[in-house]
Design a protein around this ligand. Structure first.
Ligand code: MG
Length: 337
């Protein structure tokens, strides 16, 4: 018995009957020889961690466009928080911690530059609808290159969890459900923290009921939600919060929408971001052959339309790269001898 087989046996002996066991995975599109050391889900997590799209997350906006301060969340730190919350819940419920970690690490890989502003504008520009979760799937299925092949060839369960992480989707595994709920726990809490840091919301502005029911500090509120999910989901076929905590969490989310996501200060740069992405899209629509070689090759090999390929290129950009490309395409360079 090698190390991987020993661990697969450990999962069968010790995880909940509801857990996704790596040895029972529905597998990969292209069959591969198994690793001697790692389980299939551990391998998927590592592939995502080593991908270029994962490294780009550090320069993608979470809520605030290209924030100046070093303490604001980026997509990367958001992803790590989601991963940590997911693993705590998975371990407590005796579900598969490795699977939740792999899904969490990959869930936002398809996020555009400039946060949801970028997502909205690409949805308008591309002939097919655009959503970051579908794009995350496209990244792991065709835009990342591994051993000369397109895609990371991940297991079904990881791909399903990535695709179905937004609210109102139905992941096939409880581990996928954990990531979906952990994503919400992470962003609701860290967005309050970041908005307070930015002075966009003042402490007195947050209704007291949220402090009383969820906790007075960032840490307390996260803890309340995590503990509630664990208590409420133990030995059940669904991962969810209790009705009461869910109610306050939803209301807190609504509060954030009204006061942060649609706030003028946070949104002040949004028009510029929309303009930049619109102009880059327009440029490559006219000059498709000017796209990087990589994307032209993907176009040749896939049956995607030109606008989808342009969308892939733009969606993969970090905030600063999008600004650099805009500058290269539209701003005259100083004349030098
Ligand atoms: Mg997320």
């Amino acid at each position: 018995m090698n190390i991987r087989e020993r661990y697969e046996q450990f999962e069968i002996d010790h995880l909940s009957e509801r857990a996704a066991k790596s040895s029972l995975s529905k597998g990969r599109e292209l069959p591969e020889q198994k690793c001697e050391i790692r389980t299939e889900y551990q391998r998927d997590r590592d592939r995502i961690l080593h991908s270029k799209a994962f490294r780009r997350l550090k320069h993608k906006t979470q809520v605030f466009l290209s924030p100046e301060g070093d303490h604001y969340r980026t997509r990367l730190t958001h992803t790590l928080e989601v991963s940590q919350i997911s693993r705590t819940i998975a371990r407590s419920l005796k579900l598969n911690e490795d699977l939740t970690e792999a899904i969490a690490m990959g869930h936002d890989l398809g996020h555009t530059p400039f946060g949801h502003t970028g997502e909205r504008i690409l949805n308008q520009l591309c002939e097919k609808s655009f959503s970051h979760n579908e794009q995350s799937l496209r990244v792991v299925e065709m835009l990342e290159i591994r051993n000369g092949n397109q895609g990371l060839n991940l297991t079904f369960e990881v791909r399903d969890g990535i695709r179905n992480h937004p609210l109102n989707c139905s992941p096939a595994t409880l581990e996928g459900q954990i990531v979906s709920i952990s994503d919400r726990i992470a962003y609701i809490n860290h967005d309050i923290d970041d908005a307070s840091r930015a002075g966009i919301i003042k402490e007195g502005q947050i209704p007291k009921k949220f402090f009383e029911h969820l906790g007075y500090t960032h840490g307390q509120r996260i803890n309340t939600m995590i503990v509630d999910v664990i208590r409420n989901s133990m030995d059940k076929d669904i991962v969810s919060m209790s009705a009461e905590t869910d109610k306050y969490t939803r209301e807190l989310r609504d509060f954030l929408f009204e006061n942060v996501y649609y706030n003028k200060v946070a949104k002040s740069e949004e028009e510029k971001a929309t303009f930049i992405i619109g102009k880059i899209f327009e440029y490559y629509t006219i000059h498709f052959d000017a796209l990087p070689e990589f994307y032209l090759k993907i176009y040749e090999k896939s049956n995607s339309s030109k606008s989808e390929i342009i969308k892939d290129y733009i969606a993969g950009m970090t905030d600063r790269y999008a600004m650099k490309i805009f500058e290269e395409l539209y701003i005259p360079k100083p004349w030098r001898q």
